[in-house]
Design a protein around this ligand. Structure first.
Ligand code: ADP
Ligand code: MG
Length: 357
């Protein structure tokens, strides 16, 4: 085995990633607003995930950045230069899409070589760089295969090599893993991160999967309805969501009827600190993560509905009252059975809250 860090001296020596800035970007489709003032700064070599539900505008952000769509307002700067009027092929951006977009009549090698051919790179140099980039994604041995002879994961590796072969300074990935099965998805996710770090390429990775975003990114931007609602490190978003939407979207949360006054949330008989923005005093839903609820020897009585083994942890649903079911995450050693009478307690960590009207 070659050491992956030192195996690609030429690619390693490529120019470092660019700074990317979106400033109040607005995009309308036929009068319908898709982006209503998106601002985002990405540092050279940084890996940012754009996370949000379907239809919130993630793909539109990528298409505006790459030049596939014209913006209706705002600016896009790459290394400080406004690129709004720069055509797609001059923006120095590589893109990978969700669906396999390889040219079916070309081999893996020819697909990767394509971008260099378009740029009229001489054949020796072209072949050397295509081979080197296929090697980078671990596909040298399949260079002569056509798309239909490759698995989904292999096709996405070729798509990644095709995007990287021109040594772009920005890499955009639009849900590149969503069509793959779970195991391949994890492998390729880690592989993308390894390659990205090795190349130092500034990367914006779109996903609707919060776990994927938290696992892979330096920072995560959470989008909702054409806006970025919060941007921060995975830890910041998870531990300190500033809006109920982010709290709800980043990690599974229980919604418990509660009361908030002066930044203190009273829920299931406990007083917890309120996370995020201050709210008017009154009834709220407290958003409590499953790992912040524990089975206990005393506390609030509940009945076990179901319990499932998730590998390193166990998740159990309990009924507290007629209309309150909670999800609890706990050690695999505890094995509650459906019908068991148990007690639950809140661990006391601060919670987010949304107004209850
Ligand atoms: P996401 O990638 O987060 O699922 P998109 O950026 O694809 O969201 O879409 C954002 C919004 O813009 C959606 O309401 C979508 O229906 C709309 N939209 C996207 N592309 C077009 C288009 N070419 N024409 C009209 N509306 C579009
Ligand atoms: Mg999309």
């Amino acid at each position: 085995m070659t050491d992956p860090i030192h195996a690609h001296p030429t690619i390693e020596a490529a120019q470092p990633g660019a700074t990317v800035e979106l400033i109040s970007v607005v995009k309308d489709y036929a009068g319908q607003r898709a982006l209503s003032g998106v601002s985002l700064s990405i540092r050279p070599g940084e890996f940012v995930a754009l996370l949000g539900p379907s239809g919130c505008g993630k793909t539109t952000v990528l298409r505006c950045l790459s030049g596939l769509e014209q913006v209706n307002g705002g600016s896009i700067l790459i290394d400080g230069n406004d690129v709004v009027d720069v055509p797609v092929n001059r923006r120095d951006i590589g893109m990978v899409f969700q669906s396999y977009s390889l040219f079916p009549h070309m081999t893996a090698f020819e697909n990767v070589e394509f971008g260099l051919r378009m740029r009229k790179v001489a054949s020796g140099e072209r072949r050397r760089r295509a081979a080197e980039t296929l090697d980078l994604v671990g596909l040298s041995s399949l260079a002569s295969r056509y798309a239909h002879q490759l698995s989904g994961g292999q096709q996405q590796r070729v798509a990644l090599a095709r995007a990287l072969v021109t040594r772009p300074r920005v890499l955009l990935l639009d849900e590149p893993l969503s069509a793959l099965d779970a195991k391949v998805r994890l492998q390729l996710r880690d592989e993308i991160r390894r390659i990205q770090t090795e190349l130092g390429i500034t990367t914006l990775f779109v996903t609707h999967d919060q776990e994927e975003a938290l696992a892979v990114a330096d920072r995560v931007a959470v989008m909702r309805d054409g806006n970025i609602e919060q941007i921060g490190t995975p830890e910041e978003l998870y531990l300190n969501p500033t809006t109920p939407f982010v709290a709800d979207f980043v990690g599974l949360s229980n919604r418990l009827p509660a009361h908030q006054a002066g930044g203190v949330v009273t829920v299931l008989g406990r007083e917890l600190a309120l996370l995020g923005e201050r709210q008017p005093d009154g009834p709220v839903f407290a958003l409590v993560r499953p790992e912040d609820v524990a089975l206990a020897s005393d506390g609030v009585p509940a009945t076990v509905l179901a319990s499932s083994f998730l590998g390193s942890v166990r998740r159990t649903q309990v009924r507290v009252s007629e209309d309150l079911i909670l999800s609890i995450q706990h050690e695999v050693g505890e094995r509650p059975q459906p019908g068991d009478r148990v007690h639950i307690t809140l661990k006391g960590r601060p919670v987010s809250a949304s107004p209850r009207v």
